[in-house]
Design a protein around this ligand. Structure first.
Ligand SMILES: [Zn+2]
Length: 499
């Protein structure tokens, strides 16, 4: 059973029924990490939102999804971080060589590995990616796009760099007769256009539109590539925006279906990506749908290092949080609302997650199988209502409340269900998990018990069997102090970590 998927589109500022350019296939591009540091939880929210979207398209929409997420391994920040003598170079990266390109690769690969481990920990599967291209592997394609932009009269060389002319762009007529427009994703008032003003930085203020850099002339010992434009060699490296335009076109073709990113990327990054594709490739659209998630706050405030509320995933794991609880907690806010991260919220959501996990384990312990014969129980509501909420612009908060209703009704009738009714419930929950990705469908784990604890428990069982109640009780207290509880049965005992 598949459902039509409705999505808010930043291009049209409305919720639309999604349909892909090519039947059955969704080509989707997500602006990925800049690998100069560890991703913070605000970044992770964007990647989890994109993952929830692509899982919804697969599981509920029935599409084959080609998901591309780029890795920005060259920009102002990665170059700065990898420069010889930079304070950010970490001991365990190995030695710096002094070769700018080699050091850049060593530095960025280190953070790329950390990034991949982080996204895996929050339930994003490596095999769901069609590609995770690194910008430095696509320099030739970026240069070709820049040459096309220059050839179409929208790019020019100045002081050894190449710039995009916003005024030429706004007068550009495409071969199909349409006029290029700057500000299709993010509304910009006429007074904010600064014609002829050039901006070199990869990130710039959100107040005005200026000519932005396509190719940055080499400075000092920076890594560089040779590049001939208009008969002159301009050694340098790509600007940040051109990376996504070229890689998305090469890997997905234009126009592709969905482009994702945080709201902060709408301008200038996404406007510039789109303008470059229009000017260079003469494609009026880069993507048909633009999907943007809202910010994350921590305890009601903007996350910042100076406020001491700036978290990367490993900070939270050290505080005892489970990365999958964090993923699940983010479902408590709609992706187009600000998500207020609080420890109370994660802990409340973790309880809800465990409750559903408990139902899954009970079904498995009753012998349920996802592949077995299925029959629907009359007292259990259809799981379709959960999927309908996801299909409605990923309305995760209401999807979760529908899900709790479903699980409660399964719990009520669990013991009186037939085998095929339990199979159906387990299969339903498994399909929900294909989107939510936080539950285990393996048997309940037997905890790994330290040898010392095992020995104490064996001694207690021996004392109990010998009816030495005082010693048995003493050892029970020792185990409790170590964080273990013992449940006795007729044939033996079960050791469990105390919750
Ligand atoms: Zn991008």
């Amino acid at each position: 059973m598949t459902l039509p998927i409705r999505l808010y589109n930043s291009l049209t500022k409305s919720v639309e029924t999604f349909s892909p350019v090519h039947d059955g296939i969704v080509r989707m591009y997500s602006c990925g990490p800049t690998v100069y540091d560890t991703a913070h939880i605000g970044n992770l929210r964007a990647f989890i939102a994109a993952d929830t979207l692509q899982r919804t398209l697969r599981t509920i929409g029935g599409y084959d999804v080609r998901w591309v997420m780029n890795v920005t391994d060259i920009d102002d920040k990665t170059i700065d971080g990898s420069a010889r003598g930079s304070v950010r170079w970490k001991e365990d990266m190995g030695p710096q060589t002094g070769d700018a390109l080699v050091d850049l690769r060593t530095f960025t690969m280190y953070f790329e590995r950390l990034f991949k481990a982080d996204i895996q920990a929050v339930g994003i599967r490596q095999d769901h990616f069609f590609a995770m291209p690194r910008a430095t592997d696509y320099i030739k394609d970026m240069q070709e796009l820049i040459l096309d932009i220059v050839r179409h009269g929208v790019g020019y060389v100045s002081d050894g760099s190449v710039y995009f002319s916003t005024s030429a762009y706004r007068n550009l007529e495409l071969p199909d007769g349409r006029r290029a427009t700057y500000g299709r994703i993010f509304q910009i008032d006429e007074e904010h256009f600064r014609e002829g003003v050039r901006i070199d930085a990869d990130e710039y203020d959100r107040e005005s539109v200026s000519d932005f850099v396509l190719w940055k002339g080499r400075k000092g010992q920076e890594p560089y590539w040779d590049f001939e434009v208009d008969g002159q060699n301009v050694p340098g490296r790509p600007g940040w925006h051109i990376e996504c335009s070229a890689m998305s076109k090469v890997l997905l073709g234009l126009p592709f279906d969905i482009h994702t990113g945080g709201v902060d990327l709408r301008f200038p990054h996404h406007e510039d990506e789109l303008a470059q594709c229009t000017a260079g490739y003469h494609s009026h659209d880069q993507a048909m749908f633009w999907f943007h998630n809202e910010f994350l706050e921590v305890e009601g405030r903007k996350m910042s290092k100076s406020l001491g509320n700036f978290f990367v995933l490993s900070d939270l794991v050290q505080r005892g949080l489970d990365p999958l609880d964090i993923r699940y907690a983010m479902m408590s806010a709609h992706y187009r609302s600000v998500y207020n991260f609080t420890f109370e919220n994660v802990s409340a959501m973790a309880k809800g997650r465990r409750r559903i996990q408990e139902t899954i384990w009970k079904l498995i312990e009753h012998g349920a199988s996802r592949d077995g014969e299925k029959q629907y129980h009359s007292d259990v509501p259809s799981i379709a209502s959960v999927f309908e909420r996801f299909a409605d612009d990923l309305h995760t908060p209401t999807a979760m409340s529908e899900l709790y209703g479903y699980v409660s009704s399964v719990d009520v009738v669990m013991n009186t269900m037939s085998d095929s009714e339990r199979n159906a419930a387990l299969a339903d929950l498994s399909r929900v998990n294909d989107v939510v990705a936080v539950w285990s469908f393996d048997a309940r784990p037997t905890h790994s018990i330290p040898a010392r604890i095992q020995q104490l428990a064996d001694e207690r069982w021996a004392a109990r069997s010998a009816k030495n109640w005082a010693e048995s009780d003493r050892l029970r207290d020792v185990l409790a102090a170590e964080g273990w509880s013992v449940k006795d049965g007729a044939a033996g005992y079960v050791l469990e970590p105390r919750s």
